[in-house]
Design a protein around this ligand. Structure first.
Ligand code: NAP
Length: 282
């Protein structure tokens, strides 16, 4: 697994693990925890969760899955609801997440999406949590270019990621958000990198170009979708699976290097838009 080194010097695998919809059912809890552990052992040490997911159930799953690992070998990310992203609620949300995850700090804490709390208030609250050692860094999610510019004007230059929807079939961020983030040194966490197993874009997985490239690498179409994102500097995909075999398959995608002509074939099959489009969201 190739490593990505954060601003604070911690090495994280080039692919992370999502947790939306995981941890919600007692009958699959152990299997999902085992899938996350298999991912950690395969180098996917970034675990992405949120207070929203299953009302804290995904954070509880992460807390269970990480037992026995050195805390500093992991990179834990959680997110706060926009209506909790200021004042005392931000402090409480963070502490509740820490308790559910059985840890005493988050590596990265994200504003899940923009709500009515002023960005300057969220920045101030995040900086307070950082000063208390409850989080190591903070970032945002679902912010488009204008929001990012406003965030920086509001004193938010220490934002360490913008987590946005990005997959081969949804490339709107390539028009201006991705270049802006790359220029400002803000890594992108690509959510729904598998287009939710193709559900968000019909015909993606079965497309002849994706299938042919997969065959050429003895890889799967899912691995091609991840390799497409890995070919972009500063982009970390965070696929989610509760299935151990899929976890290992996703981790192995880090070894799939697409050639320039394969990337061109994917460009032709799924071109990025020519003009600004609204940020795609889930
Ligand atoms: P995703 O990762 O694109 O797709 C997940 C789906 O793909 C699941 O149905 C999973 O099923 C399947 N899958 C995973 N690996 C596979 C493989 N190797 N082969 C075949 N199928 C595979 O979608 P997502 O969960 O929506 O997005 C990923 C993560 O991003 C989330 O879990 C969450 O952490 C984050 N996210 C953030 C936001 C935000 O607003 N910030 C929004 C959405 C998501 P199996 O379990 O059967 O493998």
């Amino acid at each position: 697994m190739r490593n990505f080194v954060t601003a604070s010097g911690k090495a994280i695998g080039s692919i992370g693990q999502g947790t939306w919809y995981l941890g919600e059912h007692p009958q699959t809890f152990q299997e999902e925890a085992s899938a996350l552990r298999a991912g950690i052992e395969a180098g996917m040490n970034l675990l992405d969760t949120a207070e929203m997911y299953g009302d804290g159930a995904a954070e509880i799953l992460v807390g269970a899955a990480i037992q026995g690992y050195q805390r500093d070998s992991l990179y834990l990310v959680s997110k706060v609801y926009p209506w909790n992203a200021g004042g005392k609620q931000l402090q409480k949300s963070c502490e509740d997440s820490l308790r559910r995850m059985h840890t005493d700090y988050l590596d990265l804490y994200l504003l899940h999406w923009r709500g009515s709390t002023p960005l300057s208030e969220t920045v101030a609250g995040m900086e307070r949590l950082r000063a208390q050692g409850k989080i190591r860094a903070w970032g945002v999610s679902n912010l488009d270019t204008e929001d990012m510019e406003e965030l920086f004007r509001a004193g938010g230059q220490d934002c360490r990621t913008d987590q946005v929807l990005y997959h081969l079939g949804s490339r709107g961020i390539e028009v201006d958000l991705l270049p802006w983030l790359q220029e400002h040194g803000v890594p992108v966490m690509a959510y729904c990198p598998l287009a939710q197993a193709g559900r968000l874009r019909r015909g993606l997985i079965a497309h002849p170009a994706v299938q042919a490239i997969a065959r050429g690498h003895s890889a799967t179409p899912s691995q091609v979708l991840l390799a497409f994102l890995l070919a972009r500097p500063g982009v970390i995909p965070i696929p989610r699976t509760g299935n151990r075999a899929h976890t290992l398959e996703n981790a192995a995608a880090a070894e799939v290097r697409l050639t320039a002509s394969e990337l061109q074939a994917l460009d032709q099959a799924f071109p990025a838009p020519q003009h600004k489009v609204p940020l795609d969201m889930q």
